[in-house]
Design a protein. Structure first.
Length: 339
């Protein structure tokens, strides 16, 4: 609670508050990292507090660090209040920093972190699984069986996978893993990424092209880029029109990369043949969203990263990140042992 003068209450031990983490289970793993280093940990979900109430508790108790998920908007107002309460660091569970005003945090001296290193094996496997499901028209076959044999595609509609081209938009850690795994299927892999040299791309079997060429030539386009002002709705009506009529689109990056209204139209009018989305602009996807009625769509609920090992890795790395960012700013803090 706040003091009589409205100042944050100072805890005996530096406090880290977990707000809106969006991951399953309790926070014992985070505690196992933080408590031996002298931190107190409060899990606001475990305290049955709303996101807003959890944030208020962090202010009242003078938390030095916050671990947050995707729901809490850590905007300028909240960041300034956190600074005034003595907060040193905000770390986001996962890769995305869409809900954190990173520029303001840097301006006012609050360190911001995320965990881009976790779950790469699972995410790249999910991409390959969706690619195979799209290529083999599993949604058609499943629907045909359920309809008593009606509408099952003929063999002539399925090309041989080894004759196809996979286009990767983004060749970071995950995109590179997808490229290496796609090589096992003898696919031609093309990619676009301004941060990867042609030499390094060739080393993983990827031919570097520009985005327009990729959209025109790929039989399956897979998105693996962060959501920024530049990438928002990068796949819009014009981009979809560049794709082949029998091409497929996959999104395992961020929902905002695709103009979903344009995608729905493209699926209905046959501009492209299908799509597989693990992420959407609004999550969970509302039951009345037009994507539910669009043909030839596979929808998964932002689970590409999911496995027991990935979850443990995410939680451990998030806790370790807040320790690194707080650094000497909190008594008792020291670097965890390397793993």
């Amino acid at each position: 609670m706040a003091t009589a003068h409205g100042e944050p209450q100072q805890a005996d031990r530096p406090l880290v508050v977990v707000i809106d983490h969006g991951v399953h289970g309790k926070v014992e793993l985070e505690r196992s990292v933080l408590e031996p280093l002298g931190f107190e940990v409060i899990d606001t979900r475990g305290e049955d507090l709303s996101v807003e109430a959890g944030f208020d508790l962090a202010l009242e108790r003078g938390a030095v660090g916050l671990l947050v998920g995707p729901i809490l908007a850590v905007d300028r107002d909240r960041l300034e209040r956190l600074r005034d309460a003595g907060c040193h660091a905000v770390v986001r569970y996962g890769v995305g920093l869409d809900n954190v005003d990173v520029a303001t945090a840097g301006e006012i001296g609050i360190a911001v972190g995320n965990v881009p290193e976790y779950g790469h094996e699972e995410i790249s496997n999910h991409a390959i699984a969706l690619m195979l499901a799209l290529h083999r028209r599993l949604f058609h076959f499943d629907r045909g069986v359920r309809a008593g044999g009606e509408g099952i595609p003929g063999p002539e509609v399925l090309p041989r996978l080894s004759t196809q081209t996979l286009g990767l938009v983004g060749l970071g850690r995950i995109g590179q893993r997808v490229a290496r795994k796609a090589a096992a299927f003898e696919l031609r892999v093309i990619g676009v990424d301004p941060y990867l040299s042609e030499h390094d791309a060739r080393a993983i079997g990827v031919e570097v092209v520009d985005l327009e060429t990729l959209l025109r030539e790929a039989d399956c386009v897979s998105l693996h880029v962060p959501l920024t002002a530049e990438t928002r709705h990068m796949i819009d009506e014009r981009a979809l029109a560049l794709m082949k009529p029998d091409a497929m689109l996959m999104n395992i990056g961020r929902g905002g990369l695709i103009d979903e209204a344009a995608l729905v139209r493209a699926l209905h009018d046959g501009t492209i043949a299908g799509a597989a989305l693990d992420v959407t602009e609004v999550e969970p996807l509302p039951l009345d969203h037009p994507l539910h009625q669009a043909p030839n769509v596979i929808l998964t609920p932002h689970v590409a990263w999911v496995s027991r090992a990935a979850l443990e890795e995410l939680r451990r790395r998030t806790a370790e990140a807040v320790v690194r960012l707080i650094g000497a700013g909190a008594p008792g803090a020291r670097e965890p042992a390397p793993r």
